[in-house]
Every structure is written in structure tokens, then in C-alpha cells.
Design a protein. Structure first.
Length: 230
């Protein structure tokens, strides 16, 4: 799951990135309104965490602009503005949740999970295809009722593919989501990762297949899927 963090305090941003990455999320930190709005125009996110006291533009203006663009990304406001009027204003403007500073990191993670569980956002905590079941909260994978041990990145890859079952996922999109802030993969890192995941799924007798479209990306289908891609 990919989260856009908009927080100008570098120390707090670093702490939030660390906690959310430990919880299994991929975080893209931005430090001003301009960076955040540019990011939203060039990539898709599962959730945005938004501070209101930004250096170049008020966070409420960012919220209004995002909703004016018909972008339905879930938005969690994190701010020092703790008055009831401000909370009501933020929620009425289109925020999905509002948390005031100071806050416990555990509560931020819990609220992120809660937002991503909302059916209206088309995000489910449990994803399944054929005999494969994945729980995005526990990050546990089962094949035929048996737990399959996957690495953190193998798990992230499986989730990305399950959320796009039957659709081609470009390799570049996978790279952006698999490798978090400050990380770089080698030229063939995604190919190696896909190969490892395929092997583990085959060994577990999973009834799903990962098709490779050379030079384009990858697609997950059920093993009974009639269409075969060479």
C-alpha cells in the first residue's frame, strides 16, 4: 500500500515514515504543498497523510484542491489545530479522518489501517484468488489453508498483483511501490523478485499464475484462466 505523506517537519516526517514502513506500508514523504500536488498528478496513492501548517500553502487549500480534482484518495489530517471548528471544517471539506498533535504513533498506524479497510475506498483487508488468501493487516499469505512464508518484498509484490488481478501492472509501478523512500533496486531486481515469488507459489501448489509481458510488466490470473501469454 502506497502512502503520500505531506509534513514539513523533517524530524516528524522521518518518525512517521519509520513507523509506517515497519507496519508494511510504502511511504513517499513530501515537505510542502507544491511537492504533494505534483506527486498526486504523476502517481496514484492508497492514502494521503496531510499536515495543515505547510510552508508554501495552507493544508486546507491542498485538501480543497485535491477534492476539486475529483481525487477520492483517503485523506488523514495530522495537525496541531485542535479546535472543534477546525475539525469540522476539515471533515466537511473532504478529509476522511482528523488527528491532532501530539499523537501516539500507534494511533496513526491504527487509523491508517481503519481508513484502508473502508469498503467505500475499494480497499479490502482480505484479498483472494483461487486457493490463495492474503490478509493485508497481518500480511499473512495462505495457500490451500496453509501459511506460506514470504519475505517483506515478496508479500508486497503479491499484494500489488492481487489488487490488480487480471490487469497488467507496469514494471515501473511495481518498482515505485516495492522500493520505499531512499531505496534503490538493481536493474533486474524486480525480475528476481517475481521469480522467487513464482517459485514459492508453485511449491505451495497455488492455483494462480504470474504472467510476464516482456518489456511491459506482470499480470496475475487464476490457473484456470483460458488466456495464456507467452
Amino acid at each position: 500500500m502506497r502512502i503520500l505523506l505531506v509534513e514539513d517537519n523533517e524530524k516528524l516526517s522521518g518518525l512517521l515514515c519509520g513507523e509506517l514502513q515497519k507496519a508494511g506500508f510504502n511511504i513517499e514523504p513530501t515537505f510542502c504543498a507544491d511537492e504533494a500536488l505534483s506527486a498526486l498528478k504523476t502517481a496514484s496513492y492508497d492514502l494521503m497523510i496531510l499536515d495543515l501548517g505547510l510552508p508554501d500553502q495552507d493544508g486546507m487549500e491542498v485538501l480543497n484542491e485535491v477534492r476539486a480534482e475529483k481525487n477520492a484518495v483517503p485523506i488523514l489530517i495530522l495537525t496541531a489545530r485542535d479546535s472543534l471548528d477546525q475539525k469540522i471544517k476539515g471533515l466537511n471539506a473532504g478529509a476522511d479522518d482528523y488527528l491532532t498533535k501530539p499523537f501516539a504513533m500507534e494511533e496513526v498506524v491504527a487509523r491508517v489501517h481503519a481508513l484502508l479497510r473502508r469498503p467505500a475506498q475499494a480497499h479490502s483487508t482480505t484479498l483472494s484468488l483461487e486457493n490463495v488468501i492474503y490478509d493485508s493487516h497481518s500480511r499473512q499469505t495462505e495457500v490451500g489453508g496453509q501459511i506460506v512464508k514470504l519475505t517483506k518484498r515478496e508479500t508486497s509484490l503479491l499484494e500489488i498483483l492481487l489488487r490488480s488481478t487480471g490487469r497488467v501492472v507496469p514494471k515501473e509501478d511495481i518498482e515505485m511501490q516495492i522500493y520505499g523512500y531512499g531505496e534503490d533496486g538493481s536493474a533486474n531486481s524486480i525480475e528476481v523478485l517475481v521469480h522467487r515469488l513464482k517459485k514459492k507459489l508453485q511449491m505451495a501448489q497455488a492455483w494462480i499464475e504470474i504472467h510476464t509481458l516482456r518489456g511491459i510488466g506482470y499480470m496475475l490470473v487464476g490457473a484456470g484462466h483460458e488466456k495464456r501469454i507467452e
